[in-house]
Design a protein around this ligand. Structure first.
Ligand code: F6P
Length: 458
Protein backbone atom coordinates (compact mmCIF):
# COMPACT_ATOMS: atom_id res chain seq x y z
CA UNK A 1 0.00 0.00 0.00
CA UNK A 2 1.71 3.15 -1.22
CA UNK A 3 0.52 6.63 -0.28
CA UNK A 4 1.84 9.82 -1.85
CA UNK A 5 0.42 13.21 -2.65
CA UNK A 6 0.84 12.78 -6.39
CA UNK A 7 -0.21 9.53 -8.03
CA UNK A 8 1.04 8.72 -11.53
CA UNK A 9 -2.20 7.37 -12.98
CA UNK A 10 -1.60 4.89 -15.81
CA UNK A 11 -3.12 7.12 -18.50
CA UNK A 12 -0.97 10.14 -17.62
CA UNK A 13 1.76 11.27 -19.97
CA UNK A 14 5.16 10.23 -18.62
CA UNK A 15 6.56 13.70 -19.34
CA UNK A 16 5.05 14.83 -16.03
CA UNK A 17 6.54 11.99 -14.06
CA UNK A 18 9.05 13.19 -11.47
CA UNK A 19 11.50 10.97 -9.61
CA UNK A 20 8.97 9.89 -7.01
CA UNK A 21 6.37 8.92 -9.60
CA UNK A 22 8.81 6.87 -11.69
CA UNK A 23 10.22 5.09 -8.64
CA UNK A 24 6.83 4.19 -7.20
CA UNK A 25 5.41 3.06 -10.52
CA UNK A 26 8.28 0.57 -10.85
CA UNK A 27 7.96 -0.63 -7.25
CA UNK A 28 4.22 -1.19 -7.47
CA UNK A 29 4.41 -2.99 -10.81
CA UNK A 30 6.88 -5.36 -9.21
CA UNK A 31 4.96 -6.16 -6.02
CA UNK A 32 1.39 -5.29 -6.98
CA UNK A 33 -0.65 -3.26 -4.52
CA UNK A 34 -2.65 -0.11 -4.04
CA UNK A 35 -1.50 3.47 -4.67
CA UNK A 36 -3.48 6.07 -2.79
CA UNK A 37 -3.26 9.86 -3.09
CA UNK A 38 -4.54 13.07 -4.61
CA UNK A 39 -6.22 12.77 -8.03
CA UNK A 40 -4.50 15.93 -9.26
CA UNK A 41 -7.94 17.54 -9.61
CA UNK A 42 -9.60 20.38 -7.76
CA UNK A 43 -13.23 19.52 -6.98
CA UNK A 44 -16.17 21.25 -5.29
CA UNK A 45 -15.10 19.64 -2.05
CA UNK A 46 -12.34 17.38 -0.78
CA UNK A 47 -12.83 13.67 -0.37
CA UNK A 48 -15.95 11.79 -1.40
CA UNK A 49 -15.57 8.18 -2.42
CA UNK A 50 -12.06 7.46 -3.73
CA UNK A 51 -11.91 7.12 -7.52
CA UNK A 52 -10.56 3.67 -8.28
CA UNK A 53 -8.68 2.53 -11.42
CA UNK A 54 -7.08 -0.85 -11.95
CA UNK A 55 -4.16 -1.67 -14.18
CA UNK A 56 -2.55 -5.09 -13.95
CA UNK A 57 -1.67 -5.82 -10.35
CA UNK A 58 -1.92 -2.17 -9.34
CA UNK A 59 -5.04 -0.43 -8.03
CA UNK A 60 -5.11 3.36 -7.95
CA UNK A 61 -7.42 5.11 -5.48
CA UNK A 62 -7.47 8.89 -5.59
CA UNK A 63 -9.29 11.80 -3.99
CA UNK A 64 -10.06 15.29 -5.29
CA UNK A 65 -9.15 18.29 -3.18
CA UNK A 66 -11.22 21.44 -2.73
CA UNK A 67 -9.71 24.73 -3.87
CA UNK A 68 -9.17 25.76 -0.26
CA UNK A 69 -7.52 22.50 0.79
CA UNK A 70 -5.27 22.58 -2.27
CA UNK A 71 -4.29 26.17 -1.51
CA UNK A 72 -3.61 25.57 2.19
CA UNK A 73 -2.22 22.04 2.23
CA UNK A 74 -0.30 21.78 -1.07
CA UNK A 75 0.54 25.34 -2.16
CA UNK A 76 0.55 26.57 1.42
CA UNK A 77 2.11 24.46 4.16
CA UNK A 78 3.77 21.79 1.99
CA UNK A 79 5.25 24.14 -0.59
CA UNK A 80 5.61 27.47 1.22
CA UNK A 81 6.63 26.22 4.68
CA UNK A 82 8.09 22.72 4.57
CA UNK A 83 9.67 22.85 1.11
CA UNK A 84 11.71 26.04 1.65
CA UNK A 85 12.73 25.04 5.19
CA UNK A 86 13.73 21.54 4.10
CA UNK A 87 15.80 23.13 1.32
CA UNK A 88 17.50 25.61 3.66
CA UNK A 89 15.60 28.62 2.24
CA UNK A 90 14.46 30.23 5.49
CA UNK A 91 14.22 33.53 3.59
CA UNK A 92 11.41 32.14 1.39
CA UNK A 93 9.36 30.40 4.08
CA UNK A 94 5.88 31.52 5.09
CA UNK A 95 4.18 30.35 8.27
CA UNK A 96 0.51 31.26 7.88
CA UNK A 97 -1.33 29.28 10.56
CA UNK A 98 -4.34 28.54 8.34
CA UNK A 99 -2.00 26.68 5.97
CA UNK A 100 -0.83 24.43 8.77
CA UNK A 101 -4.44 23.74 9.73
CA UNK A 102 -5.20 22.88 6.10
CA UNK A 103 -2.20 20.53 6.05
CA UNK A 104 -3.43 18.65 9.12
CA UNK A 105 -7.00 18.64 7.77
CA UNK A 106 -5.98 16.97 4.50
CA UNK A 107 -3.76 14.44 6.30
CA UNK A 108 -6.71 13.57 8.57
CA UNK A 109 -8.97 13.20 5.55
CA UNK A 110 -6.44 10.94 3.78
CA UNK A 111 -6.27 8.75 6.91
CA UNK A 112 -10.07 8.50 7.15
CA UNK A 113 -10.43 7.57 3.48
CA UNK A 114 -7.52 5.14 3.52
CA UNK A 115 -8.48 3.21 6.61
CA UNK A 116 -11.44 1.28 5.09
CA UNK A 117 -9.16 0.16 2.24
CA UNK A 118 -6.64 -1.46 4.59
CA UNK A 119 -6.46 -5.19 5.20
CA UNK A 120 -4.69 -7.11 7.94
CA UNK A 121 -1.10 -7.74 7.00
CA UNK A 122 -0.85 -4.75 4.63
CA UNK A 123 2.40 -2.84 4.75
CA UNK A 124 1.78 0.87 4.30
CA UNK A 125 4.51 3.00 2.75
CA UNK A 126 3.94 6.77 2.92
CA UNK A 127 6.00 9.17 0.82
CA UNK A 128 7.26 12.69 1.17
CA UNK A 129 6.78 15.90 3.06
CA UNK A 130 3.12 16.42 2.14
CA UNK A 131 2.07 13.46 4.29
CA UNK A 132 4.30 13.46 7.38
CA UNK A 133 1.36 13.46 9.87
CA UNK A 134 -0.52 10.70 8.02
CA UNK A 135 1.00 7.93 10.15
CA UNK A 136 -0.02 9.67 13.35
CA UNK A 137 -3.56 10.15 12.03
CA UNK A 138 -3.79 6.47 11.03
CA UNK A 139 -2.59 5.33 14.46
CA UNK A 140 -5.23 7.59 16.03
CA UNK A 141 -7.84 5.69 13.98
CA UNK A 142 -6.56 2.40 15.43
CA UNK A 143 -4.41 1.26 12.51
CA UNK A 144 -1.92 -1.34 13.78
CA UNK A 145 -0.36 -2.37 10.47
CA UNK A 146 3.29 -1.68 9.73
CA UNK A 147 3.83 1.92 8.67
CA UNK A 148 6.87 3.21 6.79
CA UNK A 149 7.74 6.73 5.69
CA UNK A 150 10.31 7.86 3.13
CA UNK A 151 11.36 11.48 2.75
CA UNK A 152 12.39 12.29 -0.82
CA UNK A 153 13.63 15.79 0.06
CA UNK A 154 16.47 16.77 2.38
CA UNK A 155 15.77 16.81 6.12
CA UNK A 156 17.40 20.01 7.39
CA UNK A 157 19.94 20.58 10.12
CA UNK A 158 18.23 21.04 13.49
CA UNK A 159 18.93 24.80 13.66
CA UNK A 160 17.16 25.30 10.33
CA UNK A 161 14.21 23.06 11.21
CA UNK A 162 13.69 24.98 14.45
CA UNK A 163 12.72 28.04 12.41
CA UNK A 164 9.53 26.18 11.54
CA UNK A 165 6.99 26.99 14.27
CA UNK A 166 5.54 23.45 14.05
CA UNK A 167 8.92 21.66 14.02
CA UNK A 168 8.23 19.69 17.22
CA UNK A 169 4.92 18.37 15.90
CA UNK A 170 6.51 17.37 12.59
CA UNK A 171 9.26 15.39 14.32
CA UNK A 172 6.80 13.80 16.72
CA UNK A 173 4.64 12.71 13.78
CA UNK A 174 7.59 10.87 12.27
CA UNK A 175 7.79 8.74 15.42
CA UNK A 176 4.38 7.22 14.58
CA UNK A 177 6.02 5.18 11.80
CA UNK A 178 7.93 1.91 12.26
CA UNK A 179 10.57 2.84 9.68
CA UNK A 180 11.58 6.34 8.60
CA UNK A 181 13.89 6.54 5.58
CA UNK A 182 16.12 9.41 4.51
CA UNK A 183 18.20 9.96 1.38
CA UNK A 184 21.57 10.64 3.05
CA UNK A 185 23.44 10.45 6.33
CA UNK A 186 23.22 14.25 6.61
CA UNK A 187 19.42 14.09 6.60
CA UNK A 188 19.43 11.31 9.18
CA UNK A 189 21.76 13.37 11.37
CA UNK A 190 19.29 16.30 11.28
CA UNK A 191 16.57 13.96 12.53
CA UNK A 192 18.79 12.38 15.21
CA UNK A 193 19.83 15.82 16.46
CA UNK A 194 16.25 16.93 16.82
CA UNK A 195 15.23 13.72 18.56
CA UNK A 196 18.09 13.78 21.04
CA UNK A 197 18.61 17.50 21.66
CA UNK A 198 15.05 18.82 21.40
CA UNK A 199 12.68 15.92 22.04
CA UNK A 200 14.31 14.00 24.90
CA UNK A 201 14.65 10.87 22.73
CA UNK A 202 17.56 8.47 22.29
CA UNK A 203 19.47 7.06 19.36
CA UNK A 204 20.14 3.37 20.03
CA UNK A 205 22.18 0.83 18.09
CA UNK A 206 21.12 -0.83 14.80
CA UNK A 207 19.47 2.34 13.48
CA UNK A 208 16.86 2.34 16.23
CA UNK A 209 15.52 5.51 17.79
CA UNK A 210 13.40 5.75 20.92
CA UNK A 211 11.23 8.85 21.04
CA UNK A 212 7.75 9.89 22.14
CA UNK A 213 7.14 6.48 23.76
CA UNK A 214 7.87 4.48 20.57
CA UNK A 215 10.81 2.63 19.07
CA UNK A 216 11.35 3.02 15.34
CA UNK A 217 14.05 2.44 12.79
CA UNK A 218 15.50 5.55 11.13
CA UNK A 219 17.94 4.82 8.33
CA UNK A 220 19.44 5.96 5.07
CA UNK A 221 17.96 4.45 1.89
CA UNK A 222 19.34 6.38 -1.09
CA UNK A 223 16.87 6.26 -3.96
CA UNK A 224 18.13 5.05 -7.34
CA UNK A 225 17.06 4.48 -10.92
CA UNK A 226 16.31 1.51 -13.13
CA UNK A 227 19.75 1.59 -14.77
CA UNK A 228 19.17 -0.94 -17.55
CA UNK A 229 15.90 0.58 -18.73
CA UNK A 230 17.41 4.06 -18.91
CA UNK A 231 20.58 2.81 -20.64
CA UNK A 232 18.49 0.97 -23.22
CA UNK A 233 16.30 4.02 -23.86
CA UNK A 234 19.44 6.07 -24.43
CA UNK A 235 21.07 3.49 -26.68
CA UNK A 236 18.03 3.20 -28.92
CA UNK A 237 17.22 6.93 -28.89
CA UNK A 238 18.82 7.72 -32.32
CA UNK A 239 15.71 6.29 -33.94
CA UNK A 240 13.63 9.11 -32.41
CA UNK A 241 13.01 12.10 -34.67
CA UNK A 242 13.81 14.51 -31.84
CA UNK A 243 17.24 12.95 -31.34
CA UNK A 244 18.02 12.97 -35.07
CA UNK A 245 17.12 16.67 -35.15
CA UNK A 246 19.20 17.37 -32.05
CA UNK A 247 22.27 15.74 -33.58
CA UNK A 248 21.80 17.61 -36.86
CA UNK A 249 21.36 20.99 -35.16
CA UNK A 250 24.22 20.62 -32.69
CA UNK A 251 26.56 18.90 -35.08
CA UNK A 252 29.32 21.50 -34.79
CA UNK A 253 28.64 22.55 -31.20
CA UNK A 254 29.29 20.75 -27.89
CA UNK A 255 26.23 20.48 -25.73
CA UNK A 256 25.84 20.90 -22.00
CA UNK A 257 22.49 19.80 -20.60
CA UNK A 258 20.47 20.64 -17.50
CA UNK A 259 17.06 19.07 -16.76
CA UNK A 260 15.20 20.30 -13.69
CA UNK A 261 11.74 21.18 -12.49
CA UNK A 262 11.57 24.97 -12.45
CA UNK A 263 12.28 25.31 -8.74
CA UNK A 264 14.45 27.74 -6.75
CA UNK A 265 16.16 24.79 -5.05
CA UNK A 266 17.67 23.74 -8.38
CA UNK A 267 20.06 26.70 -8.58
CA UNK A 268 19.07 27.65 -12.13
CA UNK A 269 19.82 31.41 -12.04
CA UNK A 270 23.18 30.56 -10.44
CA UNK A 271 23.80 27.99 -13.20
CA UNK A 272 23.07 30.57 -15.89
CA UNK A 273 25.34 33.10 -14.18
CA UNK A 274 28.12 30.51 -13.94
CA UNK A 275 27.72 29.84 -17.65
CA UNK A 276 27.91 33.58 -18.30
CA UNK A 277 31.11 33.75 -16.25
CA UNK A 278 32.48 30.81 -18.25
CA UNK A 279 31.78 32.66 -21.51
CA UNK A 280 33.46 35.81 -20.15
CA UNK A 281 36.50 33.94 -18.97
CA UNK A 282 36.97 31.46 -21.82
CA UNK A 283 36.15 33.29 -25.09
CA UNK A 284 37.76 30.53 -27.16
CA UNK A 285 34.60 28.50 -26.48
CA UNK A 286 32.32 31.10 -28.08
CA UNK A 287 30.40 29.52 -30.94
CA UNK A 288 31.53 26.04 -29.86
CA UNK A 289 29.33 25.17 -26.90
CA UNK A 290 25.70 25.69 -25.91
CA UNK A 291 23.82 25.05 -22.68
CA UNK A 292 20.43 23.42 -23.17
CA UNK A 293 18.33 23.92 -20.06
CA UNK A 294 15.04 22.05 -19.87
CA UNK A 295 12.92 23.40 -17.02
CA UNK A 296 9.20 22.57 -17.06
CA UNK A 297 7.07 24.84 -14.88
CA UNK A 298 6.14 23.57 -11.47
CA UNK A 299 3.86 24.74 -8.62
CA UNK A 300 3.06 27.77 -10.71
CA UNK A 301 0.39 29.16 -8.30
CA UNK A 302 3.08 29.70 -5.66
CA UNK A 303 4.51 33.27 -5.81
CA UNK A 304 8.15 32.19 -5.33
CA UNK A 305 7.82 29.92 -8.39
CA UNK A 306 6.36 32.75 -10.50
CA UNK A 307 9.35 34.88 -9.54
CA UNK A 308 11.97 32.28 -10.40
CA UNK A 309 10.36 31.78 -13.80
CA UNK A 310 10.60 35.50 -14.59
CA UNK A 311 14.13 35.67 -13.28
CA UNK A 312 15.27 32.80 -15.45
CA UNK A 313 13.67 34.18 -18.59
CA UNK A 314 15.39 37.48 -18.08
CA UNK A 315 18.74 35.85 -17.26
CA UNK A 316 18.65 33.67 -20.41
CA UNK A 317 17.63 36.68 -22.53
CA UNK A 318 20.43 38.76 -21.03
CA UNK A 319 23.13 36.13 -21.73
CA UNK A 320 21.94 35.42 -25.25
CA UNK A 321 21.63 39.15 -25.93
CA UNK A 322 25.18 39.65 -24.73
CA UNK A 323 26.96 36.74 -26.46
CA UNK A 324 24.81 35.24 -29.27
CA UNK A 325 25.89 35.44 -32.89
CA UNK A 326 23.76 34.98 -36.00
CA UNK A 327 24.71 31.29 -36.12
CA UNK A 328 25.14 30.51 -32.41
CA UNK A 329 22.80 30.68 -29.41
CA UNK A 330 24.60 30.19 -26.07
CA UNK A 331 21.55 29.18 -23.98
CA UNK A 332 18.60 27.14 -25.18
CA UNK A 333 16.09 27.58 -22.40
CA UNK A 334 13.08 25.30 -22.80
CA UNK A 335 10.24 25.88 -20.38
CA UNK A 336 8.64 22.54 -21.18
CA UNK A 337 8.90 18.85 -20.31
CA UNK A 338 9.95 15.90 -22.49
CA UNK A 339 9.13 12.20 -22.41
CA UNK A 340 11.73 9.91 -20.81
CA UNK A 341 12.94 8.29 -24.06
CA UNK A 342 13.68 11.72 -25.52
CA UNK A 343 15.41 12.87 -22.34
CA UNK A 344 17.53 9.72 -22.34
CA UNK A 345 18.68 10.60 -25.87
CA UNK A 346 19.35 14.22 -24.91
CA UNK A 347 21.57 12.99 -22.06
CA UNK A 348 23.48 10.61 -24.30
CA UNK A 349 24.32 13.22 -26.89
CA UNK A 350 25.36 15.96 -24.43
CA UNK A 351 29.05 16.16 -23.58
CA UNK A 352 28.41 17.64 -20.13
CA UNK A 353 25.56 17.00 -17.67
CA UNK A 354 25.10 20.03 -15.41
CA UNK A 355 23.34 19.20 -12.15
CA UNK A 356 23.92 22.09 -9.78
CA UNK A 357 21.09 22.38 -7.24
CA UNK A 358 21.59 24.58 -4.19
CA UNK A 359 20.02 21.74 -2.20
CA UNK A 360 18.42 18.49 -3.35
CA UNK A 361 17.23 15.33 -1.62
CA UNK A 362 18.89 13.03 -4.19
CA UNK A 363 18.57 14.27 -7.81
CA UNK A 364 17.90 11.37 -10.12
CA UNK A 365 18.84 13.39 -13.23
CA UNK A 366 22.47 12.98 -12.14
CA UNK A 367 22.08 9.18 -12.06
CA UNK A 368 20.12 9.12 -15.32
CA UNK A 369 22.77 11.20 -17.09
CA UNK A 370 25.42 8.64 -16.08
CA UNK A 371 23.29 5.63 -17.11
CA UNK A 372 22.57 7.18 -20.54
CA UNK A 373 26.22 7.58 -21.60
CA UNK A 374 28.03 5.70 -24.32
CA UNK A 375 30.78 3.66 -22.61
CA UNK A 376 33.19 4.35 -25.50
CA UNK A 377 32.81 8.12 -25.39
CA UNK A 378 31.09 9.13 -22.15
CA UNK A 379 30.17 12.67 -21.17
CA UNK A 380 31.19 14.39 -17.93
CA UNK A 381 28.90 14.96 -14.96
CA UNK A 382 29.25 18.29 -13.12
CA UNK A 383 27.43 17.78 -9.83
CA UNK A 384 26.61 20.01 -6.88
CA UNK A 385 27.94 18.76 -3.57
CA UNK A 386 24.58 19.85 -2.10
CA UNK A 387 22.67 17.17 -4.02
CA UNK A 388 22.15 13.90 -2.14
CA UNK A 389 23.57 12.12 -5.21
CA UNK A 390 27.00 13.64 -4.53
CA UNK A 391 27.38 11.21 -1.59
CA UNK A 392 27.43 8.30 -4.03
CA UNK A 393 28.68 9.88 -7.27
CA UNK A 394 32.04 10.94 -5.91
CA UNK A 395 33.78 10.56 -9.31
CA UNK A 396 31.71 13.37 -10.81
CA UNK A 397 33.26 16.84 -10.94
CA UNK A 398 31.81 18.05 -7.64
CA UNK A 399 31.13 21.78 -7.32
CA UNK A 400 29.89 24.32 -4.83
CA UNK A 401 26.83 25.55 -6.73
CA UNK A 402 26.98 28.97 -5.01
CA UNK A 403 30.53 29.58 -6.23
CA UNK A 404 29.90 30.93 -9.74
CA UNK A 405 33.58 31.26 -10.58
CA UNK A 406 34.33 27.71 -9.41
CA UNK A 407 31.45 26.30 -11.49
CA UNK A 408 32.62 28.30 -14.54
CA UNK A 409 36.11 26.82 -14.24
CA UNK A 410 34.69 23.32 -13.76
CA UNK A 411 32.58 23.63 -16.93
CA UNK A 412 35.77 24.46 -18.81
CA UNK A 413 37.54 21.50 -17.24
CA UNK A 414 34.66 19.18 -18.17
CA UNK A 415 34.72 20.32 -21.81
CA UNK A 416 38.45 19.73 -22.10
CA UNK A 417 38.63 16.42 -20.23
CA UNK A 418 40.65 13.74 -22.08
CA UNK A 419 38.86 10.58 -23.18
CA UNK A 420 40.77 8.32 -20.80
CA UNK A 421 39.81 10.34 -17.73
CA UNK A 422 36.21 10.53 -18.92
CA UNK A 423 36.09 6.75 -19.25
CA UNK A 424 37.67 6.16 -15.84
CA UNK A 425 35.32 8.52 -14.10
CA UNK A 426 32.31 7.16 -15.93
CA UNK A 427 33.13 3.58 -14.96
CA UNK A 428 33.28 4.56 -11.29
CA UNK A 429 30.05 6.50 -11.61
CA UNK A 430 28.24 3.68 -13.35
CA UNK A 431 29.34 1.29 -10.64
CA UNK A 432 27.92 3.63 -8.01
CA UNK A 433 24.64 4.07 -9.91
CA UNK A 434 24.28 0.30 -10.22
CA UNK A 435 25.10 -0.27 -6.55
CA UNK A 436 22.39 2.17 -5.43
CA UNK A 437 19.71 1.03 -7.87
CA UNK A 438 15.97 1.50 -7.60
CA UNK A 439 15.54 -2.20 -6.78
CA UNK A 440 17.97 -1.96 -3.91
CA UNK A 441 16.19 1.11 -2.51
CA UNK A 442 12.78 -0.53 -2.69
CA UNK A 443 13.83 -3.93 -1.37
CA UNK A 444 15.95 -2.64 1.49
CA UNK A 445 13.21 -0.29 2.68
CA UNK A 446 10.55 -2.98 2.49
CA UNK A 447 12.80 -5.47 4.27
CA UNK A 448 13.28 -3.01 7.13
CA UNK A 449 9.53 -2.46 7.25
CA UNK A 450 8.78 -6.17 7.32
CA UNK A 451 11.10 -6.60 10.30
CA UNK A 452 8.93 -4.18 12.33
CA UNK A 453 7.67 -3.71 14.98
CA UNK A 454 10.94 -2.84 16.60
CA UNK A 455 11.54 -3.06 20.26
CA UNK A 456 14.46 -1.72 22.24
CA UNK A 457 16.08 -5.14 22.24
CA UNK A 458 15.65 -4.87 18.44
O1 F6P B 1 11.47 16.31 -4.74
C1 F6P B 1 10.30 16.06 -4.07
C2 F6P B 1 9.19 15.72 -5.01
O2 F6P B 1 8.07 15.23 -4.31
C3 F6P B 1 9.66 14.69 -6.03
O3 F6P B 1 9.73 13.45 -5.48
C4 F6P B 1 8.71 14.92 -7.13
O4 F6P B 1 9.23 14.50 -8.34
C5 F6P B 1 8.49 16.41 -7.10
O5 F6P B 1 8.76 16.82 -5.76
C6 F6P B 1 7.09 16.73 -7.60
O6 F6P B 1 6.61 17.94 -7.19
P1 F6P B 1 5.07 18.32 -7.40
O7 F6P B 1 4.25 17.13 -7.04
O8 F6P B 1 4.84 19.49 -6.51
O9 F6P B 1 4.92 18.65 -8.85
Amino acid sequence: MVVSNRVALPDESSSRAGGLAVALTEALRHYGGLWFGWSGRIGQQSGGTPQVTQEGAVTYATLDLSRRDHAEYYNGFANRSLWPIFHYRIDLADFARENYQGYIRVNTLFAEKLRPLLRDGDDIWVHDYHLIPLGDELRRLGVRQRLGFFLHTPFPAMEVLLVLPNAARIVRSLAAYDVVGFQTATDLRGFHDHVTLESGGEVLSNGLVRAFGRTLKAEVFPIGIDVDTLAELARTSPRLTAIRRLRRNFDAVRLMIGVDRLDYSKGLPERFKSFERFLEKYPSWHGKVSLMQIAPSSRSDVPEYMQIRQQLESEAGHINGRFAEFDWTPIHYLNTGYQRPTLAGFYRFSQVGVVTPLRDGMNLVAKEYVAAQNAEDPGVLVLSRFAGAARELTSALLVNAYDLEGVADTLERALGMPLEERRDRWQDLMQAVRAGSLTRWRDSFLKALQEAPYSVEG
